[in-house]
Design a protein around this ligand. Sequence first.
Ligand SMILES: NC(=O)c1ccc[n+]([C@@H]2O[C@H](COP(=O)([O-])OP(=O)(O)OC[C@H]3O[C@@H](n4cnc5c(N)ncnc54)[C@H](O)[C@@H]3O)[C@@H](O)[C@H]2O)c1
Length: 276
Amino acid sequence: MSSFEDKVAVVTGAGSGIGRALSCQLAERGARLALSDAAPEGLEETVALAEAAGGEVFAERVDVSDRDAVVKHAHAVRHRFGAVHQLYNNAGVAFVGPISETSYADLEHVMAVNYWGVVHATKEFLPHLVDSGAGHVVAMSSVFGLLAAPWMAAYDASKFAVRGFAEALRAELLAARHPVRVTCVHPGAVRTPIIQHARSAEGEDMAAVQRIFRKIAVTTPDGAARAILRGVRMNRARVLIGPDARLADVTSRLFGSQYERVAGVTAKLFVPSNNK
Ligand SMILES: NC(=O)c1ccc[n+]([C@@H]2O[C@H](COP(=O)([O-])OP(=O)(O)OC[C@H]3O[C@@H](n4cnc5c(N)ncnc54)[C@H](O)[C@@H]3O)[C@@H](O)[C@H]2O)c1
């Protein structure tokens, strides 16, 4: 039986990058889609692409950091399709800057979207995923949920939090023998507009960060989406995407808590921070 045909799949942050690629590939595989994003323009484009790929699409503007909005969205999706099988917690934002120059507002914003967004959607959709008899939660962490990068503490903390939440959820659901699987995804650099969309601390040379990102981001959004869907099909607990994610995984195991020394020295070579 196909893992995607006729399944109802919820994708947050569907208006760009990996979320858009996931939406189109799910549509091609016969899934029925509930797409959302905080930015309506990108979402409209994704809806058009997913429909052209043959998908039945329900779309709403939803800011995942807004709990009430996510509660309403979960009701609306269940009402529209009658069931929910898969939740792709994809929405996310990046932030670049040293801790000393990062405002509380920016630290809270990144956590609100990247961590609380996953918590809101997972808690609201979980009863429907259980009811479906064959649910799946995908949580989007990052390579920076394996290793913390200096000058990205806000992002690192949110992605480590996503990993902790997802791993605990998987263990709880296995122990309770619930029919819901959990996959935590750790992409390395993927060629999306994430850096264009990113906030930064005052004085950061974001044009330089973008140039470096374009050089190191070897994975395409389509490649990342394929790896995620393969992970869902094979019920993988953890999906590493790209050679950089695999290197980070090995580094974290080899160096243990000493990896920060390596990370600090390596990042100094690459991060054009005005504040370092
Ligand atoms: N691109 C990478 O290198 C990379 C690496 C590791 C992890 N990730 C993660 O993958 C996910 C997708 O990122 P991407 O690279 O496609 O970035 P992207 O910027 O292209 O897409 C992110 C989408 O999330 C949406 N979004 C932002 N805030 C939102 C909110 N509050 N509510 C709902 N939607 C919101 C944006 O509007 C955008 O459409 C993110 O969670 C990101 O952290 C990306």
